[in-house]
Structures are given as C-alpha cells and as structure tokens.
Design a protein around this ligand. Structure first.
Ligand code: ADP
Ligand code: MG
Length: 677
C-alpha cells in the first residue's frame, strides 16, 4: 500500500493526523448571492458612511472577506462617492492579482473586461474611455504621477494589500498623503489584511480604522518532527498523503517560484499516473506571475465531484488571491525574496525562510470555508526560533534607482526628508544617487539631467533605459528587441522534464557568438511568431507574443524621447556596447574557478543555461544575479574591458580593469583614460 511505503521513505510525521468526516462546501449560484454571502456585505452601509465622513480611511479585514472585489463595487454603486466623470483606482502589488481581480469584478458586474471595469499593468493596458474602475499595479499608479501629479482623474484611490509593503506601495503612501492635503475631494482608502493597521493609521495622521470582523474557522497546525532536507519532495509526499487519508477538501501548496512549482506539478502528476485508478482524481494546478492568464483562471474553476484540487502557488495565494474550498495548506516555510547589499549594490533573488506573519497568513487560507489543517514542513522550534516575526518592507532590501529617478522627475529633490513610512537605509539612498550619477541621469548636484528625464519616460529600470538610450543612432532596433526579451524574464525557453535533451539541443541551435542577449535577439528574429515554429524549437509561444507586445510599446515610446529606431545590421559590437553602457555595474572578470565582480570582488558563476557556460570569456556583463546553490549570473554577454572606460568614465579607472593574468592592456590607453576619469 503506497501510503505506508511512501511514509517510510520520508521522515514526515505529523502529530495527530487523522482522517475526519467529510463536509460540503456549498457554493451559491448567482453572482449576487455570492456577493451577499461575503463577510464584508453586512457592513456595506457602515463602510460607505465612514468613507463619506473621512477623507482617509484604513480598512482591515481577513483575507477573502471581500475588500478587493467588493469595496470598489460599493463605491461605483454609490452616487455620493462617485460621479461617472472620475475613476476609481485600486492598486495591487502583483500583476496577476490586478488582472484576475479585474476579470472577476467585470464578471460580477456583468460588463466586458476593459469597458467599465479594466486593469492596467506594465506593458498592458486593458482600459477604455468608459472605464470607471481600474485595477492596477502599484507601480502603474506611481508612474501616473508623472503625467498627472495630482491624480486629478481619480475620485477614489484604494491602496490595496497595503500590508505587503512593496516598494511602490510604500512610495505611494508618501505621495498620496501629500496630494490628499490639497485635494480635499479625493478619497483615500488603505486596505490591508489583519496586519499592521495601527501603523497605517498612524502614518496617515491617525486616520480611522474600519474593521471587518473575520469569519474564520479553526485551523489545526502540524509541524514535522525533524527538518526536511528536500522540501519539494516533502510537499509531493504530503499532498499524496492528504489525498489518500484525508476527508474531501482542496489543497494549497506554497512554493517559491515558477521552476519549483512546475517541478512539483510534474512530480505530482507523474506519481498520480503511476497510481492510476488506485486513487481518486487529483487536479493539479499551478499559479505564478508568468503563467498565461487563461491558465491562471483555472484555479478558480470548481473541483469536479469526487476529485480533489491541489493548487501549487507562490506567495500570490497568501493574501492577494483567494481560492474557495481550500481546507489543507502545505507550507514549506520559504519564499523568494529580493535582497540587496547596499555596500556592493548587488541585488539578488534568494530563497529564504518566510516570516511568522507570512506563515500565519498561509495557515489562515485553510480556514475560510470550514475547519482546516495546515502542514508546516518545518519544526515547531524552527517556527519559533528561526523565522523573523514579520517580513522586512521591500524598501529596506532593494535597489532604489528606479524610484529615486521617478521622485527626481516629480521634482522631489530632498529624498532624505521624504515622508517614508519606514525610511530606506541611508547607504541605499546614497548608492542609488551614485548609480544614477554614473548612468548620467543626475549631474554632480544631484539634479536630473536631460538624459535622466528621457530615462524616466521609459517604464523600465534605469539600467535598461540607459541601455536603450545608448543604442540610439546605432542599433536601437536590436536593443529594443533585447530589452523586450529580457523583460519576459526566463520564460522563453521551454524545457519539459521528459524532453530535456531535445530542448537543450534546440536551444543550442540558437547560439551565436557574443552571449545570451544576442541569443535572445536571434530567437526573436527567427521566430516569425509562428506557433508551429515555437513548438518545434521549444520556445514558449506566449512569451514570444508578450515580448512582441512589450517591444511594440517600447518602440511607441521612442518617439517621445526622440530616439530614432535604427539597425546595426551585422555587427554585434555596437549592441554589446549599448548593453555595457547600461549595465557596466554588472561586470565580472574571469578568475580562478569562476568570476569576480570588478568593483567588489564578489565570486559569481555563469548560469549553466547560458550560451557562454563553456566558453568562459575573460570579461562578462550579466543581466541579473540569482542565488540558488551559488550566486549565478543569468543572461551574460562577452565584452571588451576597454568599452567600460568609454561608456562609464565616471565609474571605472583603467587600473581596475588591468588584467592580472595577461598584461595585454596597451599602456597608452590606460593613461589617457585615467586622466579622463
Ligand atoms: P479580500 O480582498 O478581502 O482578500 P477578495 O475580494 O479578494 O477578498 O475575495 C472575495 C471573494 O471573491 C473570495 O471568496 C474569492 O474566492 C472570490 N474571488 C476573487 N477573485 C476571484 C476569481 N477570479 N474567481 C472566482 N472567485 C474569486
Ligand atoms: Mg484583497
């Protein structure tokens, strides 16, 4: 019997795991009934009255109570609060949430998505003249300040999922608090899960807190007796255990990212296939940011009778999305977080233990429709002693280049005294200013330059904008494509587990000299956007289509910043130089066994997926660092160290770029460039 044998092969053990009687999760049929059954509904009138009475209101409510989907609808339905001339904006930290929630609300209100109810996320605007309710990422609202500094077209702004404390949300807090002072007609709602609401109230000059009482069933929490060596395997085993031994009810698994989620889903499907009809049907569904939206929507479809649904999700399912019918939660206790070293300026994505607050939110997902169970794949001791109380706000662990450039463009020069809820570390601010100076976006007085103004027009990171601007007059055609391909982020190549060799061969066929950016360009140019071609070459068609959309939009912006789109034809040097002009911070030099970053001598490695993995050129520029087992550089190109002095004379001195292993650098060049710098 598989349960026993699988149990033996793992050291998973849960205290008191016993099957319980079944129950039913009654689902109302009509949309109105569903809306009325939500915990927020009885408070509709009180809430609207409070909003009428106060300019700024903090709203606290258990996840799933209806804050995101209902409040904007209540506002739309209320003539006191909303005239058709102005929009209601509701921010979300994640693009998936903005899209999915907008779709849901459009459905509930019976309108076509993009008409009265729409969404706006970077590179994708699904709104129209008729739109009155707009769900948007927090980053998009932030950018709207550039064109409309008082947000005049909005009558209500809802900063939703405020507890997530993303960088953009935190900056919005400061900006919106400021404009609310002179726009007395603007209503501001700050909506949050049951976390931190006192702090929001305090920040917004003691704004009242409206609490929506939760409806929560008890959740039993189980810990493993010993730490898990392989949490992915442990998840798979736990899901199967639940499936075989536990009463009906769907299951939610929290993993850290796309790769893990895909692996987990494959493992589950494979094992279910092997077990065949010995077990009931298990519907395995992934959800993560890059998942195409039709696949995302599947997690909400009802579980077929007799089957069990298991949703394998990133943090997105922690508070942003609520899936009905979840009774079991499996929590390995990790999340992927940006971490930033303010001394070296190195930013990296790292899988780290999540906070206790996160773990508790995750567990809470099991108790929405009935009593639930949460299986934590770590020990009770680890929960108590190894996890942080709360997650550190993003503003304190990220590169601030992007927002500093934006704030400077808004005319906010004194960043030290900006009204931050939690200020970023001083060094981080200084480093951002230094980096923008080196990129030519600020002058030595810290004022925005013409270059900086143009860079800010593009909705991408400063380094990427600089790369695009550096390509004007020589190779913007190619560089725009590269920028678009980089922005769809590691979802171009398809590598199914059972066809790894074929997939890798297909990938090799795209190899061109120079590095990964040029490989991406090659893929884009060859694809012709044919599904057949993509399928045959293990390229994800949807990612290609998205890259094309992004490229179209970037190209559309070129006119505004007066960049002519020209091609460099056969020569890759100008392209690689343009990349260098944006990413010179990310230079690494070959040294024993790996690479060292030039400025800070950090050891880094070429990612095994890279086209330069074997070649190991002397000088590289990487697009990003990812920490898995080691610090890996993802997307690298080969450069000539001499270019660094050309494109970043403020930053590099020729001495730093001398090769210790070979003294090939001509002396004369070294001297003159040194004088220049
Ligand atoms: P909150 O913002 O308070 O966490 P929401 O407004 O997101 O709550 O969710 C309210 C209800 O709407 C939940 O029961 C959730 O399951 C449902 N819901 C939200 N989005 C969707 C969707 N795309 N499909 C089906 N149900 C959804
Ligand atoms: Mg919500």
């Amino acid at each position: 019997n598989f349960t026993k044998c699988d149990l033996k092969s793992s050291n998973l053990y849960y205290h008191g795991m016993t099957p319980k009687n079944s129950f039913s999760t009654g689902r109302s049929t009509t949309s109105l009934e569903v809306r009325r059954s939500l915990p927020i509904f009885p408070f509709r009138e009180d809430l609207l009255r409070a909003i009428t009475q106060h300019q700024i209101l903090v709203i606290e409510g258990e996840t799933g109570s209806g804050k995101t989907t209902q409040i904007p609808q209540y506002l739309m339905e209320d003539v006191r609060l909303h005239s058709r001339r102005n929009e209601i904006g509701c921010t979300q930290p994640r693009r998936v949430a903005a899209m999915s929630v907008a779709a849901r609300v459009a459905e509930e209100t019976g309108v076509k998505l993009g008409n009265e109810v729409g969404y706006s996320i970077r590179f994708e605007d699904c709104t129209s003249e008729r739109t009155v309710l707009k769900y948007m990422t927090d980053g998009m609202l932030l950018r709207e300040f550039l064109t409309e500094p008082d947000l005049a077209s909005y009558s209500v702004v809802i900063i939703d999922e405020a507890h997530e404390r993303t960088l953009h949300t935190d900056i919005l807090f400061g900006l919106i608090k400021d404009i609310a002072r002179f726009r007395s007609d603007l209503k501001v709602l700050v909506a949050s899960a049951t976390l931190d609401t006192e702090r929001f109230s305090c920040f917004f000059d003691d704004a009242p807190v409206f609490r929506i009482p939760g409806r929560r069933f008890p959740v039993d929490i189980f810990y493993t007796k010993a730490p898990e060596a392989d949490y992915l395997e442990a998840c798979v085993v736990s899901v199967l255990q639940i499936h075989v031994t536990q009463a009906p009810g769907d299951c939610l698994v929290f993993l850290t990212g796309q790769e893990e989620i895909e692996a987990c889903c494959e493992m589950l499907q494979e094992r279910c296939r092997r077990l065949g009809s010995k077990i009931a049907e298990l519907v395995v569904l992934p959800i993560y940011a890059n998942l195409p939206s039709d696949m995302q929507a599947k997690i909400f479809s009802p579980t077929p009778p007799g089957a069990r649904k298991v949703v394998v999700a990133t943090n997105i399912a922690e508070t942003s999305l609520t899936i009905d019918g979840i009774i079991y939660v499996i929590d390995p206790g990790f999340c992927k977080q940006k971490s930033y070293n303010a001394r070296t300026g190195m930013e990296s994505l790292i899988v780290t233990p999540c906070s206790r607050a996160s773990a508790n939110q995750r567990a809470g997902r099991a108790g929405r429709v009935a009593a639930g169970k949460c299986f934590r794949l770590y020990t009770a001791w680890a929960f108590k002693h190894e996890m942080e109380e709360t997650t550190i706000p993003e503003i304190q662990r990220t590169n601030l280049g992007n927002v500093v450039l934006l704030l400077k463009s808004l005319g906010i020069n004194d960043l030290i005294h900006f009204d931050f809820m939690d200020p970023p570390p001083h060094e981080t601010l200084v480093l951002a200013l230094e980096q923008l100076y080196a990129l030519g976006a600020l002058n030595h007085l810290g004022e925005l330059t013409k270059m900086g103004r143009r860079m800010a027009e593009l909705p991408v990171d400063p380094m990427l904008s600089k790369m695009i601007l550096a390509s004007e007059q020589c190779c913007s055609e190619e560089v725009l494509t590269i920028a678009a391909m980089l922005s769809v982020n590691n979802s171009i190549f398809y590598r199914p587990k059972d066809k790894v060799v074929h997939a890798d061969n297909a990938r090799m066929n795209f190899t061109v000299p120079g590095g990964d950016h040029l490989v991406l360009l090659n893929v884009y140019n060859q694809s012709g956007f044919s599904t057949q071609w993509c399928y045959e070459n293990f390229i994800q068609f949807r990612s290609m289509r998205r890259a094309r959309d992004v490229r179209d939009q970037l190209e559309g912006l070129m006119e505004r910043i007066e960049v002519e789109v020209v091609s460099s034809l056969e020569d890759s040097v100008p392209i690689r130089k343009a990349i260098t002009a944006g990413y010179f911070y990310h230079t690494a030099r070959l040294s024993k066994g790996g690479y060292k970053t030039v400025k800070h001598q950090q050891t880094v490695y070429v990612h095994p997926n890279s086209s330069l993995f074997e070649e190991q050129p002397r000088w590289l520029i990487y697009h990003e660092l990812v920490f898995t087992t080691k610090e890996f550089m993802r997307q690298v190109i080969e450069i000539d160290s001499g270019w660094l002095l050309e494109v970043a004379p403020h930053y590099y001195k020729s001495k730093e770029l001398e090769d210790s292993s070979s003294k090939k650098m001509p002396r004369k060049q070294g001297k003159t460039k040194d004088e220049l710098g």
